[in-house]
Structure formats: structure tokens, C-alpha cells
Design a protein around this ligand. Sequence first.
Ligand code: PMP
Ligand code: GLN
Length: 378
Amino acid sequence: LQSKLPHVGTTIFTVMSKLAAEHNAINLSQGFPGFDCSPELVSLVERYLRNGFNQYAPMTGVPALREILAQKTADLYGVTYDPETEITVTSGATEALFAAITAVVRPGDEVIVFEPAYDSYVPAIELNGGIPVYVTLTPPDYTVDWETVRQKITDKTRLILVNTPHNPTGRVWTADDLQQLANLVHDRDIWIVSDEVYEHIVFDQHTHLSLMTHPVLQERTFVVGSFGKTFHITGWKVGYCFAPKELTTEFRKVHQYLTFSTVTPIQHALADYLKNPEHYQQLPNFYQRKRDLFLEGLRQSRFTIKPAEGSFFQTVSYASITDEPDYELAVRLTKEIGVASIPVSVFYRQKNDYQMLRFCFAKDDAILLDAAERLSKL
Ligand code: PMP
Ligand code: GLN
């Protein structure tokens, strides 16, 4: 069989989590919470499981969930989406990203990708015959050079992929970023997929600016979210996509043949759970405390660190510790000091020597302190 994805191996998240397990290491590699979700949410799921909510959900998602998502979005971002025609529940953000990219990208279309990029984007583009065009973000600030973006836009550019708050760098886009993007696309047939799965995890003075809050961007953007990050349920794989009616129509044509629908009892439970905004309003404080605890633990270390603005990832530079390539270092640290991380170079297509590692701080405090202590000995 001739591979359709010859450059793709097993995802780094699987590789590093497996290595961590083999060496009994603290796993700060793959991004998932090391603690459980709320018992209240589990009880809600149980109630729906026991009361016969076990057959196919509507293809577009359980109405109550789409309705509460519409209300939450109106309250938080001041933007109104019609739950009937503009909101779709998906099997995780991964499915929504794939469906949105597939809905838009035709063979030969160019897609602008900011790298480092989350690892599912480029394979989705390539499976649709699209051509990724990279704009590189560099440490320590990872800011977007908008002049470079302008130069990379051609008549073939069909889509731009955005991710804010950003995995792996933790950067959060500013109002200026949104305006710069709007200036570049307002008079062109370019669509946008905005991956906002960390929308509720922002720190310090930063606020999440959804692309839907900018009218020029809103009308051409698929905004993708996930309950996995927001409610500590990455294993449940429930996400969603907001997009104007015309885009949602095409999105749903793909979604209905990709998965058709998404797990029924969990959708009902999430609809109930979302009625209390405190469940997501507490998230920034909850994770900021963890980020700060981890950073405090690393204060005596030789890493150079710029605190993450959002997400539950912290990247660090190890340039003053060793010259090793990041992949080798991540493997060595897993085996020798028992702390697994993700080498940031895997999120770039171009080989580079930025010498960065990514640590997930969505873990119990004691684990974070233990990991920080081990890392501080380097
Ligand atoms: N986008 C980003 C930036 C992510 O970090 C992740 C994984 N956590 C996803 C998408 C996938 O989300 P899901 O698990 O809901 O498919
Ligand atoms: N999004 C998670 C991360 O960045 C991992 C998701 C996955 O394992 N596919 O670590």
C-alpha cells in the first residue's frame, strides 16, 4: 500500500506517554489532566445512561447542548449563533478540525499554518490534497509577523489555521492580531479555522479573544472548541464548531459521514452541567495557580522560562543546560530523571534548534513539585 501520509509516524503524544509508562516517569508530555472530572458531571452522565439516552443523538448534536452553547457564547463573547443552523457538536475538537478543513480545502489549495502547529492540522490538509504553507513563530515570544503572512498569501490561499490560546507555546492572540488578520482576508475568498480549545485557560492580564468577536473574521471562521480541556474530560471526546450558516451546511455534510453523531448521554449531561457558568469561570484561576506552582518550583533551575499566557502548557528553553537535540533530551530525561516532556521541534516541519521542551502542568500539585525538583537538578 502506498502511504497517503508518508511523513507521518505515530503521534508524539502516544510515543512519549508510552515511554513515560515504561520508565515509570512523571508524565508531563501528552496534554491531559492528571486529576478526575467533577463527580457531579459523572452523576449526570450516569443518570442519562440509566434512563434510556443510549441511541444515536441527532446528527447536529443534542438540541439542549447546542442551545446552551449558543447562550454561553452570547453571554461571553456577545455573538449570536443559531443553534439550529450554526452550531454542531462533534466527537472532539479533532473531528471538528478535520471536518472544517475537509469542507473547505480542495486539491491544490494552499493553507497557511503557523508553526509550531498542533499535530493534527497538516495531515488533515494533506489528506484533502491541500498544500500547507508555513509561517514560523520563534521563541521566546512566538508573535506573528504579519508582513510574512501577507507575503505568503496567494490566489491559491483558501484557508488559514489559527490556534489561540496556542498549543504548544501558550501564546494568546491580541486584538491587534485579530485586526491584522482581518485586514488581510476581508477582500479575499479565504476561510479560517480557529482552534480555541483552551478558550477558558488564560492567565495574568490576558483575555481570550475569540475570532468570532471580530465581525470580518466571524463571517468566515469555523470556531472549534472542546469540552475535554474545559471540564477535565479529554477521554470523552466531545467538541463543537460554531460557523455561519453557509459554512455550517458544508461542515455538516462532512461531519455526517465522518462520525454521523456524538455520544448521546454525555451530550445531555454537558447541557445540564453548562447551566452553571462557575464550572468554567473558575478555570483560569485553577490553572494559573498550577502554572505558578510549577514555575516557582523551577525558579532555581537552569531553564529559561517565559510564563505561558494561556493553555495548560509551559515551554522552557534548555539552551544554557545542554546542546542535545530536543527529542533526544526529552527521551533521556524520561529515562534518567523520570520526567517526560514533549520536544517542541515536533510541532515544526522545518528542522530547527530552538532547544525548547513543553511541559503539561495539568497535574496534581505534588506531582508538579516533584517534577520541578527533579528538573532543577539538571
Ligand atoms: N487542538 C489543540 C490545540 C489541542 O491541544 C487538542 C488536544 N488536546 C485538540 C485540538 C484536540 O482536542 P480533542 O481531544 O477534543 O479532540
Ligand atoms: N492535545 C494534547 C497535547 O497536545 C494531546 C492530544 C492527543 O494525544 N492526541 O498534548
